[in-house]
Design a protein around this ligand. Sequence first.
Ligand SMILES: Cc1cc2nc3c(=O)[nH]c(=O)nc-3n(C[C@H](O)[C@H](O)[C@H](O)COP(=O)(O)OP(=O)(O)OC[C@H]3O[C@@H](n4cnc5c(N)ncnc54)[C@H](O)[C@@H]3O)c2cc1C
Length: 452
Amino acid sequence: MRVVKKALVIGGGVAGIQAALDIADGGYQVILVEKTPSIGGHMAQYAEVFPTLDCPQCILTPKMVDVGQHPNITLLTYAEVQKVSGEVGNFQVEILQKARKVDHTKCTGCGTCWQKCPEKIPSEYDAGVADRAAIYIPFAQAVPAKAVIDTEHCRYIKYLDFMESGAEGKKPPQCRICERLCPAGAIYWEQEDEIITEQVGAIVVATGFDLMPVERLPEYADDPDVIDGIQFERILCPGGPTAGVVHRPSDGKTPKEVVFVSCAGSRDPEHGVPHCSRVCCMYLAKQAMLFKHAVHDGQTHIFYIDTRTTGKGYEEFLQRTMAEGTVYLRGKVSRIYRDGDKIKVMGVDTLSGKQVEVSADLVVLGMAMLPSIGSQELADRLGITTNEQGFFTENHIKIDPLESTCPGIYLAGAAQGPKDIPDSVAQGSGAASKVLGLFARSEKTPEGLTVS
Ligand SMILES: Cc1cc2nc3c(=O)[nH]c(=O)nc-3n(C[C@H](O)[C@H](O)[C@H](O)COP(=O)(O)OP(=O)(O)OC[C@H]3O[C@@H](n4cnc5c(N)ncnc54)[C@H](O)[C@@H]3O)c2cc1C
């Protein structure tokens, strides 16, 4: 069987970016499919990254730009894989390119449209701590830096839908302000979804993770000052919506006491998931440290079951967080409730055997990492398996951790299980080397079809 020397990478987080760049640098064509309007994944949302406290934009943006400009990479954002058939060396793939309603050959990303768009909705990139317009690019360093119209919220599209439905009642406003103001004439209302068909020899799945929604733990839901780790990253980020000045969501006051809760939903089969999310111990330590750097008289407590710091330089990082004044309380939170301006967090310190109660201004949850939304549907389309928690299963967990259960389909990053950035990048490169190995052979004998 002839091997088609073109690869498909699904997911444009740091793992997928690395896999795409390595395959493309090896001289082969790559199609990178990302479901949101920009590549970057979760790493692009963070304030700083452990253990070195690098600015993630500084180390990720050059890779994102390389992807956007690489002659061997076709980048399809706002797109999703719909159908896959074939086998190793020769897969046929159908990709849904969602209509952006903006002509990307004309849009210059100048920003006039999103500054004037009157419709505001919670920004996915800012994890809901700030709003975005209905026409938008997700963040300043987005690749591609081209606007997209969110058809669910655009006033003009709602008006068109209303008129088409023949419904009675008050008409939504017509708006079209973006069209009137766009200096490039890039608004393209007639643009429709499109199906792109491709033939590829290998596929890398790098669809990452999503955090468990706080609503799954009712004891923590419904208080605006109880937030998850990604929301706190956005609040801490110097380039974020508050320019790194720490405000709590309810009233904008600077919190003085922040309580962090590890294993919120992880290692808890009764209420959440049984697995360890692997990075929460480290990112909560990082956030406690960054908070104290931002609010010099701030106090931080971390409730934990035990600390897991297995990466290079990680234990030293945790010790530094403790040395800088964060108090670690070994025990699970038993009760949390609002008491006026404060949130009372109760638990048992299992080291002293005493009941503890901390009066917090803000509570940050280290929520469990889950496979990204839609992973199971993607697994079904690809014909590969997932484990009980929904993470993609490798062919052999010890000796073949990069290949999925289908030959020619490889796994990278948090799509395979919770992991940190260094491991995601390493796995992205590992998956790419498997693809390059396959492409180095001009022909492949399908397994199970060997001729004697
Ligand atoms: C709050 C928090 C802080 C963290 N801080 C650090 C840190 O400081 N240092 C560190 O080492 N690690 C940190 N991590 C871990 C880090 O986020 C992950 O290691 C990293 O994001 C994994 O990269 P990835 O590319 O596998 O997944 P992701 O970053 O999740 O990227 C996956 C990409 O795939 C896209 N996608 C999903 N499904 C589809 C689909 N069906 N089709 C097309 N595209 C799809 C997504 O939109 C996304 O762009 C932190 C994690 C959290 C939760």
